[in-house]
Design a protein around this ligand. Structure first.
Ligand SMILES: O=C(O)CCC(=O)C(=O)O
Ligand SMILES: [Fe+2]
Length: 349
């Protein structure tokens, strides 16, 4: 198919080396079938009698699981379906169009990514392609298109999916940012932050929307769809299609996050774990590669601006204060040197 990134060709040497070993990546840590991820009905926040109980469930899920699902979250099925269908069209554009999207649409470098050019063995190779959009890039896409009005027809012919996705991204990001703001405010109250803390200190202009596609994978027991990781964000909100594959680590076992068409998955990121002094947990998660079917997910990473200072009000503080910029520099350095991001443990006092 002309839209598939050339995984097999590009990573031929890695594949040949590792195929000789008879390992199954997923049998190394046990899976748990009996754990049920909390499912929270946000409609209850609008009911005076149930509001407090609902807030309590949200913060308990964030500290016990670091993950929960929400329904009645205010983002209509229509918005989600339009986003996903546009996302599909985008990923089904010829591979060369996806590669040239950054230049044509004036996007930040590394918006489109696939695989891992630094992988030295198969376990470091995510079987994934993604568009990682900075929120500040989305309006610029329009600007750029307008500026090049004369060539617009040409652009739309060569890459109609990207020309159209801007409005879908905007509708999705605006609504999901409101949900993120409501959730962090609720979570913040439970760890003694005043209700405007996020608005006053972090103005989240540097949030991201990430569109993920997991291509069918002929060697699905040997690679991850997405490697085990924690998110850097305050919180992440994710919509996944019905294929399944997302798993989170709980008490040393991998737990499936079963798809639910009405639910969004919320998880705590590293920054909120630090800000809450470990009350809330940024939990490792991964995606299992699937053999037959492609899988789509859409993630919103609620992040502060780069110079925002992350420091907990709770005493005694467990982490040094740091800025998001410092955190990113450290994790990048660790990834380059060790292949792993290391993360918050670098900032422990
Ligand atoms: O695709 C998924 O289900 C998870 C995606 C994810 O964890 C991420 O993009 O950080
Ligand atoms: Fe993630």
């Amino acid at each position: 198919m002309d839209y598939e990134p050339p995984f097999l060709n590009t990573y031929k040497t890695l594949l040949e080396k590792s195929l000789e070993e008879d390992t199954n990546l997923y049998s190394m840590v046990e899976r748990s079938d009996d754990e049920q991820l909390p499912l929270i009905d946000l409609e209850r926040l609008n009911n005076e009698e149930e509001r407090d109980e609902c807030m309590k469930e949200i913060s308990e899920a964030a500290s016990e699981w670091g993950f929960f699902q929400v329904i009645n979250h205010g983002i209509s099925n229509e918005i989600m379906e339009m986003m996903i269908s546009e996302q599909k069209k985008l990923f089904h554009e010829p591979f060369v169009n996806k590669l040239s999207a950054e230049t044509v649409f004036n996007l930040s470098p590394n918006t489109y990514r696939w695989g891992n050019p630094c992988a030295t063995n198969l376990t470091q190779l995510p079987w994934l392609e993604a568009f990682h959009f900075s929120l500040t890039d989305i309006p610029n896409m329009e600007h750029h298109i307008t500026l090049r009005a004369k060539t617009k027809a040409l652009l739309q012919n060569s890459n109609p999916a990207l020309a159209k996705i801007r409005s879908r991204l905007e509708a999705f990001a605006t609504r999901i940012a409101t949900l993120a703001e409501n959730l962090v405010e609720i979570l913040g109250i439970k760890v003694n932050m005043n209700s405007n803390h996020f608005q006053e200190n972090y103005l989240p202009q540097s949030s991201f929307v990430r569109l993920n596609r997991y291509p069918p994978c002929p060697i699905s027991s040997k690679v991850y769809g997405l490697l085990p990781h924690s998110d850097t964000s305050f919180i992440t909100i994710l919509y996944q299609d019905q294929i399944g594959g997302l798993q989170l680590l709980k008490d040393g076992k991998w737990v499936d996050v079963k798809p639910n068409p009405s639910a969004l998955v919320v998880n705590i990121g590293d920054l909120f774990q630090a800000l809450s002094n470990n009350v809330y947990k940024s939990i490792k998660h991964r995606v299992v590669a699937a053999e037959e079917e492609e899988r789509f997910s859409t993630a919103f990473f609620y992040c502060p601006f780069n110079d925002a200072v992350i420091q907990s009000e709770n005493k005694p503080a467990l982490y040094k204060k740091f800025t998001l910029r410092e955190y990113r520099q450290q994790t990048q350095q660790d990834v380059n040197q060790t292949g792993d991001k290391v993360g918050l443990s670098r900032f422990v006092l």
